[in-house]
Write a protein that binds this ligand. Structure first.
Ligand SMILES: NC(=O)N[C@@H](CC(=O)O)C(=O)O
Ligand SMILES: [Zn+2]
Length: 428
């Protein structure tokens, strides 16, 4: 079906709002302008909405195969559509791990059958993410891998990472890294700092992340590989990435909404909805992440949507799994707490969720340019609602943001010109 979106607000290059119509034809953005005449399209009044490119989330966990009780490609991508995300990249810490071309082909088949938005799956760097034997990078690329990562665990050995970067560079593919040096961690569920001191428990030190990033940017320099840092969380890590960029190293970095919104001082108790990896760091780290985003050291925002079953999260702080969900609350939380408070501009926030991740990975999405895939969302910046996990389409209800009041809720999501989700209201 072709659509004519009438009178929506779009953001211009310089961040101003402009009333515009958008004609969607054959899955593409065909025309953007004012007073466009209807040529037989289904007309949708976008009058009271902000219209932006669909968001990209290049760090999520879909749990399929092997963890279908936590999430599936079906439920996770429906949650993505509800959150305004039209392209997502799921991590390979599934059972089995997509570490062979055959497994990658199977994954693409499942995506084709069940996904509601565009899915770009990662392959692992090492077989079974065990950190030893490298996967078949060329074969995995041919089978449709988006990039390589062992997310969930850091690559512990420098020589393995070095060889991985050489091979990734030869394939013009990125190495995407969960940075964590296990030799510097002695258990722990929360950041080693004020919170763990108060509770007399061991913590996860900042140094385990920044040390590995420092190692890896030097490996990236020596191999000319595109190296991407997942969920950056400490002030030292931000400094290392800033210096690496200054030195001309091909490094990019992402930050999650929760690391921007919270620090360890905000954790009320040994609550597992505040347990994620990397952990919520100190106040100075949170400040450095915001500054890093604003000065371009950090390239974009990704949710690290990590759904877990309620029984698993109820196991107590020491044994509950790390991770919180993020797809359905990211934009409203960031809009309400940063844009409405004047810390980010609306244009900055939208760019960090659209064109910035797209450009970092040379993807043709995240834009309303003529000829682009019609990945478009409508956002309601006025209506205020309270976050209620019972309303999530994700199977995961594990969030620390229950009862937060937010504006900026998506109301409709188009992927390749098809309406994949709407809140009902204006579109029934
Ligand atoms: N980010 C998280 O807290 N959890 C991730 C894996 C991980 O990165 O540890 C998960 O898969 O649940
Ligand atoms: Zn991770």
């Amino acid at each position: 079906m072709n659509y004519l979106l009438k009178n929506g607000m779009i953001l211009t290059e310089n961040g101003e709002m402009q009333k515009s119509d958008i004609r969607i034809k054959s899955g593409k953005i065909y025309e953007v302008g004012t007073h466009l005449e209807n040529h037989g399209e289904k007309e949708i009044s976008a009058d009271s909405y902000l219209v932006t490119p669909g968001f990209l989330d290049l760090h999520i966990h879909l749990r399929e195969p092997g963890g279908e009780h936590k999430e599936t490609i079906d439920t996770g991508t429906l949650a993505a559509a509800k959150g305004g995300f039209t392209t997502v990249a799921p991590m390979p810490n599934t059972k089995p791990v997509p570490d062979t071309p055959e497994q990658m082909e199977w994954l693409h088949k499942r995506i084709k059958e069940t996904a509601h938005v565009r899915v770009l799956p990662y392959a692992s760097i090492t077989m079974n993410q065990a950190g030893d034997e490298l996967t078949d990078f060329a074969g995995l690329k041919r089978a449709g891998a988006f990039a390589f990562t062992d997310d969930g665990v850091g690559v512990q050995t420098a020589s393995v990472m070095h060889e991985a970067m050489k091979r990734a560079a030869a394939q013009d593919m990125a190495i995407v890294a969960h940075c964590e040096d296990n030799s510097l961690i002695y258990g722990g569920a929360y950041h080693e700092g004020e919170f763990t001191k108060k509770h007399g428990i061991s913590g996860i030190p900042s140094i385990c992340e920044s040390v590995q990033i420092a190692r890896d940017v030097l490996l990236a320099e020596s191999t000319n590989c595109h190296y991407h840092v997942c969920h950056i969380s400490t002030k030292e890590s931000v400094r290392v990435v800033r210096e690496a960029k200054k030195a001309g190293i091909k490094v990019t970095a992402e930050v999650t909404p929760h690391h921007l919104l919270l620090c360890d001082e905000d954790i009320p108790s040994l609550d597992t909805n505040y347990k994620m990896n990397p952990p919520l760091r100190g106040k100075a780290d949170q400040k450095a992440l915001i500054e890093g985003l604003l000065d371009g050291t950090i390239d974009f925002i990704a949710t690290d949507h990590a759904p877990h079953a309620a029984e698993e999260k109820a196991k107590g702080y020491a044994s509950a799994p790390f991770g919180i969900v993020g797809l359905e609350t990211a934009f409203p939380l960031l809009y309400t707490n940063f844009v409405e408070k004047g810390i980010f501009t609306l244009k900055q926030l939208v760019d960090w969720l659209t064109i910035k991740p797209a450009e970092s990975f040379k993807l043709p999405y995240g834009t309303l340019k003529i000829g682009a895939s019609a990945d478009i969302i409508l956002l309601d910046l006025q209506n205020e609602k309270t976050i209620d996990p019972a309303q999530f389409l994700s199977k995961g209800k594990n969030t620390p943001f229950t009862n937060w009041n937010c504006k900026g809720w998506p109301v409709a999501t188009f992927v390749d010109g098809e309406l994949k989700w709407s809140d009902g209201g204006a579109f029934e």
